[in-house]
Design a protein around this ligand. Structure first.
Ligand SMILES: NC(=O)C1=CN([C@@H]2O[C@H](COP(=O)(O)OP(=O)(O)OC[C@H]3O[C@@H](n4cnc5c(N)ncnc54)[C@H](O)[C@@H]3O)[C@@H](O)[C@H]2O)C=CC1
Ligand SMILES: CC(=O)C(=O)O
Ligand SMILES: [Mg+2]
Length: 371
C-alpha cells in the first residue's frame, strides 16, 4: 500500500502523522511511504531523515493526497484538505466529528473512508489512540492553568504550590479519566490542593487508591460541580462520553459565582467543550476572558509539544496503522476495536454516538463493510 503523510496545516500544529521510525516499520512491512517535504520540521526530522527511513519525498501536499491509498495525519483535515480526499482512500487521524458538522459533511461528500483515532477502542474499554494525547493534554493543562493564573495573563495572581506559610492554589478536575488523572498528578506535584469529580464510582475508587489520600474525590453532581467551581482557582474540564458532544457542566450564570481571575481550562473543547462559555482557541491566542474568568480552550494542546507528542502518538497508532496497511479495509472486519474507529464510509456516518450528536442517520459499519 502507498501511505501518504502530508504536513499538518492546522494553526499551531507541529506534530506529524508518522515519525521516521514509524516509516521504517511500514517499509519493513513492504509498503511505500510518501512524505510531504517539511512534514517533520516540527519534530526536527528533515526530508533527509525521512528519505533515510525509506520514504519518498513529495514536493507538495496535493501529490500526497492524489497518490496515497491511506493518509496518516494528526489533526482533522482542514477545508483545503478534505476537498482532496476521495472514495477508496483511507484517512487515519483525529476527527472529533461530534463538534464539527462542517467537517462531517466534507468527509461524507469526499467519499473517503475515515477512521478516527479517538473512537478506536481496546479490550479493557479504553481509547488507546486517544490516551497518549490525553496524557499529554492532561499534564499540559496544569501548566496552562499555572500560566493563566499569573496576573500579567489576566489571572488571579495565585501560585499553584503556594509557599511555606501561604495556602496553595485550589484545582478542581472534572472527569477523572486519562486527562483528569494526569492533570491531578501534575497539580499534586506542584503542591496544589486538588479535587477530582467523576460520575463513575469505580473511577473515583481507583483514583483514591492511586493518590493515597493526596487528592479529594467527589461524585460529580451539579451541586458538587458548583461548590468546587466556586472555591477553585482553576477548573480543568476533562470529561468524555466517547464519540458524543461533551456535556455542558458550567453555565455562564455560574461564572459570577467563581473567584475573579479564576481559570477554566476546557480540555474537552475538541468534543465541543464542557463549559457553556468555551469556544476553540489556538496556541497563537490561547485565552479569552468572560465575566472575569480566564478561559483556555486550545483544541490541539499536544501540538505545542510536538517532539513528545509525535513519538507518543506514533507508539499508539503504529500497530493499528500497520494492520490497515497490511490488510486494507479487511482490517476493519478482522478487528472490532479498529472498526469502532470507523466514523465515515461511503458518504454515511458509521459511528452511533457521532451520528446522534450530529443528528444524522447512522449506518452500522458491519452492514456498510458487507455491502
Ligand atoms: N484539547 C486537546 O488538545 C485534547 C483534548 N482531549 C479531550 O479530553 C477529553 C477527556 O479525554 P480522556 O481523559 O481521554 O477521556 P476518558 O474517557 O479517559 O475520561 C473521561 C472521564 O469523564 C468522566 N465523565 C463523563 N461525564 C462526566 C460528568 N458529567 N462529570 C464528571 N465526569 C464525567 C468519565 O466517567 C471518565 O472517567 C476528551 O474530550 C478528549 O477528546 C484529549 C487530548 C487532547
Ligand atoms: C486528541 C486531539 O485531538 C489532539 O491530540 O489534538
Ligand atoms: Mg478539532
Amino acid at each position: 500500500m502507498l501511505i501518504g503523510v502530508p504536513k499538518e496545516i492546522k494553526v499551531g500544529e507541529a506534530r506529524v502523522g508518522l515519525t521516521p521510525s514509524a516509516v521504517v516499520e511500514y517499509v519493513a512491512h513492504g509498503h511505500k511511504v510518501l512524505v510531504e517535504t517539511g512534514a517533520g520540521a516540527g519534530i526536527r526530522a528533515d526530508d533527509d531523515a525521512y528519505a533515510a527511513a525509506g520514504a519518498t519525498i513529495a514536493d507538495a501536499a496535493d501529490k500526497v493526497f492524489a497518490e496515497a491509498d491511506m493518509i496518516v495525519k494528526v489533526k482533522e483535515p482542514q477545508a483545503a484538505e478534505w476537498a482532496q480526499l476521495r472514495p477508496g482512500q483511507i484517512l487515519f487521524t483525529y476527527l472529533h466529528l461530534a463538534a464539527d458538522p462542517k467537517q462531517a459533511r466534507g468527509l461524507m461528500e469526499s467519499g473517503v473512508t475515515a477512521i478516527a483515532y479517538e473512537t478506536v477502542t481496546d479490550s479493557r474499554g479504553g481509547l488507546p489512540l486517544l490516551a497518549p494525547m490525553s496524557e499529554v493534554a492532561g499534564r499540559l493543562s496544569i501548566q496552562a492553568a499555572a500560566t493563566a493564573l499569573q496576573k500579567p495573563n489576566g489571572g488571579r495572581g495565585v501560585l499553584l504550590g503556594g509557599v511555606p506559610g501561604v495556602q496553595a492554589g485550589k484545582i478542581a478536575v472534572i472527569g477523572g479519566g486519562v486527562v483528569g488523572t494526569q492533570a491531578a498528578q501534575m497539580a499534586v506535584g506542584l503542591g496544589a490542593e486538588v479535587t477530582i469529580l467523576d460520575r463513575s464510582l469505580a473511577r473515583l475508587r481507583a483514583l483514591d487508591d492511586l493518590f493515597h489520600g493526596r487528592v479529594r474525590t467527589r461524585y460529580s453532581t451539579l451541586e458538587a460541580i458548583r461548590e468546587e467551581a466556586f472555591s477553585a482557582d482553576a477548573v480543568i474540564g476533562a470529561v468524555l462520553i466517547p464519540g458524543a458532544s461533551a456535556p455542558r457542566l458550567i453555565s455562564r450564570d455560574m461564572l459570577s459565582g467563581m473567584k475573579p481571575g479564576a481559570v477554566l481550562v476546557d480540555v474537552a473543547i475538541d468534543q465541543g467543550g464542557c463549559f457553556e462559555t468555551s469556544h476553540p482557541t489556538t496556541h497563537e491566542s490561547p485565552t479569552f476572558v468572560v465575566d472575569g474568568v480566564v478561559h483556555y480552550c486550545v483544541a490541539n494542546m499536544p501540538g505545542a509539544v510536538p517532539l513528545t507528542s509525535s513519538e507518543a502518538l506514533n507508539n499508539a497508532t503504529l500497530p493499528f496503522g500497520l494492520e490497515l496497511a497490511d490488510h486494507g479495509m479487511a482490517a476493519l472486519g478482522r478487528d472490532p476495536h479498529l472498526r469502532a474507529g470507523l466514523n465515515v464510509h461511503g458518504g454515511r456516518i458509521t459511528h452511533a454516538a457521532v451520528a446522534e450528536a450530529l443528528g444524522l442517520p447512522f449506518e452500522a459499519p458491519d452492514q456498510m463493510l458487507a455491502a
